[in-house]
Design a protein around this ligand. Sequence first.
Ligand code: ADP
Ligand code: MG
Length: 905
Amino acid sequence: IVLMFTLHLFFQVDKFLYHMRLSDENLMDVSKRFRREMDKGLGRDTNPTAAVKMLPTFVRSTPDGTETGDFLALDLGGTNFRVLLVRVSSNGKQKVEMENQIYAIPENIMRGSGTELFDHIAECLANFLEKLGIKDKKLPLGFTFSFPCQQTKLDESFLVSWTKGFKASGVEGRDVVGLLRKAIKKRGDFDIDIVAVINDTVGTMMTCGYDDHHCEIGLIVGESLSYILRQLDLVDGDEGRMCVNMEWGAFGDDGALDDIRTEFDREIDAGSLNPGKQLFEKMISGMYIGELVRLILVKMAKDGLLFQGHTTPDLLTTGHFQTSFVSAMENKKSGLVSAEQVLRGLGLDPSPEDCVATQRVCQIVSTRAAHLCAATLAAVLRQIRDNKAAERLRTTVGVDGSVYKNHPQFARRLNKMVRLLVPDCDVRFLRSEDGSGKGAAMVTAVAHRLAKQHAERQRILNTLRLSRDQLLEVKKRMEEEMNRGLAKKTHATATVKMLPTFVRSTPDGTERGDFLALDLGGTNFRVLLVRVRSGKRRSVEMHNKIYTIPQDITQGTGEELFDHIVHCIADFLEYMGMKGASLPLGFTFSFPCHQTRLDQGILIKWTKGFKASGCEGEDVATLLKDAIHRSEDFDLDVVAVVNDTVGTMMTCGYEDPQCEVGLIVGTGTNTCYMEEMSNVELVDGDEGRMCVNMEWGAFGDRGELDDLCTEFDRAVDDQSTYPGKQRYEKMISGMYLGEIVRNVLLDFTAKGLLFRGKLSERLKTRGIFETKFLSQIESDRLALRQVRSILQHLGLTSSTCDDSILVKEVCSVVSKRAAQLCGAGLSAVIDKIRLNRGLEKLSITVGVDGTLYKLHPHFATIMRETLRDLAPNCEVTLAQSEDGSGKGAALITAVACRLRDASSS
Ligand code: ADP
Ligand code: MG
């Protein structure tokens, strides 16, 4: 009978509150509407009219556990105004200790002038510092200011409008940090460093984030209600994520919830301080739940459904039915007893039925609050899941607020409804302890750590950044070294060897015939057949085949190396159907060689990882001929030994007679140019010009670059095949840039400045960071997500967005320095050519080859800028050479054959 009676009562109440009870479909619909509101708030064009403002907070990182130090926090806008000292220590176990003091803010100050309010806050702060004896320390402070604000920086925030009973004049529209700083300065008895101003929701998320790295949502259901969602892609650009303060309490202010708002919601709104505003908050937060119940009870009493139609002055008074009563009445065990007590406390004389009915009203109101909260939270979860393009989302919501924590059923109802609305998310709800106090300190601690780390990273990166003066110095020293290399007296000790190539003229277009070319010294070894046509059909036609030279052969004996080369030539001739043919051959041999004739090259030293024995000091043309004889397969006429730079210059020279410089930026780097014979002291004769192979990669080997070298350059040099050699090349070319970056990343990680300080085994592997990754990562078209996938590919799986931004910065710094150094060297070369010729202005073309130069997104541009800056009197055209080392060798051979034929006839 009791059950029947209760059911009947429930039925009556439920019928009366029909509009307050929302079905799953209703809630799903609210969730969808809210998702649209979020989009509207985030969109640049739609934001001005959006009800849910989605305010940026400028908080971009969560704690990583290494934060440490003493921090102050102010908490304004919660139930109490408080000042806190938070001690964060990271040694071993993460630990947070707090001291806090609550201060009253008298009613007259809350609604007085803004100056009075901030003077009062500064006064409380002074009192707190005094009490703890830390007034002389300038500590960093975080300011939790839980009102709707337009934030512009981490430490600058403009109050949009007061809420929660505050009404101090002259503050709306002003920067609250500025007002606080002013009030402190006016006193002059202490100084602090205000680092961050945050909303309590940010604090909640940050506090939970300290314990759980998955925490990316902060939710508060207390006196007021709001929540935050971190890591939302920024509206502006996509570099990273930022915590957004949703201010979702305003959901519905544009009428979006009118169909589900009841007469009671409208009544509450009409009697509030801010009618028409915060309509969603008014359906959910602790400030209004009790009041909603009261209004319903009054109406039911007036309709004769309760208290036999009686009301009391207490029941009729706004605010006399507190939200805590609702919590008490919904307690499973003591709920009914509480109901009776509460109602009697209001002067009523409730029957048992009245108590049951009141309890039911409470249940309906608080359930609606929990379910509406779940509907909007579900929308946020779906948004995060979609942002991450994840099938399932695993995330943590940090929660705070008296309703969530004190109401006996709220948390359970919220969790249950969220799971029902977004079944594909694994959500963990983590209670935040004192988010607004500790959280502000946490944000400050993180900001403090980030600032320190940022400064430390920049200090390190600055060692890799070159000033204009430094670049001019490089130009000057290169010039000196060139002159030393050219002069007989100083040649022996010069680092830049300035080797004569015996190439004296560029093609004139009458060359013709079939030529073989070999290209050794680059990434690939190739054999080429080049058909050069003259006259009307002037053209160059090429066939080539790439062969690998196994590592053990580059490191074996010279005989093995050259036998292998001859074997490849034989294979190529057979492949071309020319077995046994005897053709003139040009040998592109891209290592430093002494030449006394065009068809001879004495290897000075191996570079770029080659190490075959018995070659240094020998003529490579002879080594090749000997190997051909050993094979007894075919015969070849070795006409020219050519450096790839010379080949590059010749190839461009075939199209553009102004081309008198050849530059390579590939595996290694090197340059050649046309020098006056009078300056080439190593070769007799003063007539005309000769191409000089600079071998500029060795610049710096006598210490000329030591003052620019960083610890990373030294590390790369130490780990290289020839420590101490090719120092300039090691700062510029494709074989080394990735390694420099890898060494910087290792250093950053070891110092805890990257990858959360976690050193991966992969990153320790030499050569893992290829130079082509620099090109990919630095590409402007690449989204951050793609940078991340490259890092993941490198086994750096736990990298964050911030890590990606940083890696990109490291790559740019390293490649920029390379391009500038290369440009500085080149400016010395072209200015020398200009001065050789006594010209005011020089117009010249540089033929360039090399994959780094060709494929890196910014290398060419930066090099061109450097040239323009350091050699302003030269107008330089940078022309990309197509296959200089192959085609060029054939062209040189063709020119030589033409000259030889001419002299023998
Ligand atoms: P080589 O100089 O050996 O004749 P390349 O001109 O092809 O050969 O240069 C090879 C070098 O280019 C390698 O060191 C490699 O790291 C680098 N490299 C390859 N791809 C790229 C790329 N996309 N961006 C920058 N550098 C690259
Ligand atoms: Mg090459």
